[in-house]
Design a protein around this ligand. Sequence first.
Ligand code: KMH
Ligand code: ZN
Length: 273
Amino acid sequence: MEKLVITAAICGAEVTKENNPAVPYTVEEIVREAKSAYAAGAAVIHLHVREDDGTPTQSKERFQACIEAILKECPDVIVQPSTGGAVGMTDLERLQSTEVTPTPEFATLDCGTLNFGGDEIFVNSDNTIFNFAKIMKERGIKPELEVFDKGMIDIALKADKKGLLVHPLHFDFVLGVQMTATVRDLSFMAGSIPAGATWTASGIGRHEFDMAAVAIVMGGHVRVGFEDNLYLEKGVLAKSNGELVKKAAELAKLLGREIASPDEARQILGIGK
Ligand code: KMH
Ligand code: ZN
């Protein structure tokens, strides 16, 4: 089986230090968390950034500072900025993360609108999705297609039909927000994407490691990190993203899957093609 690409979603836009004191806000804290994840085997850092007080931002300058600082410490890691940002941000705000120099090699592309808990709605109209896809294609950025349910796979395939995506497609199945996170759900999602496409599973909250284990066995890839889950095990907060990555890497070892380096991940995911 192909080597396993581990993505670390180190920060997110929603979790706070009140939830887990190790959630990073400052540039230094973001670098600390990226470094710990990279050292434990993460090939990809999925990046959101914050102001020093924790407020989520898509500021180009803040992304620039964080990416430069991460690459100083982890020179070959794949940094994947979020274009999702936080609920309520405008498209123009969100796209700033793709405007840094050098242009990112990878970024997220959210493929539909969803309920985000309580009154929150994360809005991604078809036109937003197609426009983001077009811009990423023009800038040579590989999109990770963030799909929170099966309908979003179908929207991504509409963008593909319009010629807005470059193959191989890469999907991230985010399970446990809008769609439940069961083995049945994950295998339905994995069975619903075109042949040749690659995929990652992101299980939210307590589903993080069961979805990781299933993805490892199925030949998919794995995302862990504070954005998705704050706990190493029931009742035990993770002290770092590195601890979460280490647990995913241990699962892979137990199940006989080797871990991909960043360069191997570029090959596997077709980044830079
Ligand atoms: N924070 C969510 C509203 C992404 O990074 O592209 C969007 C999100 C997806 O996290
Ligand atoms: Zn994200």
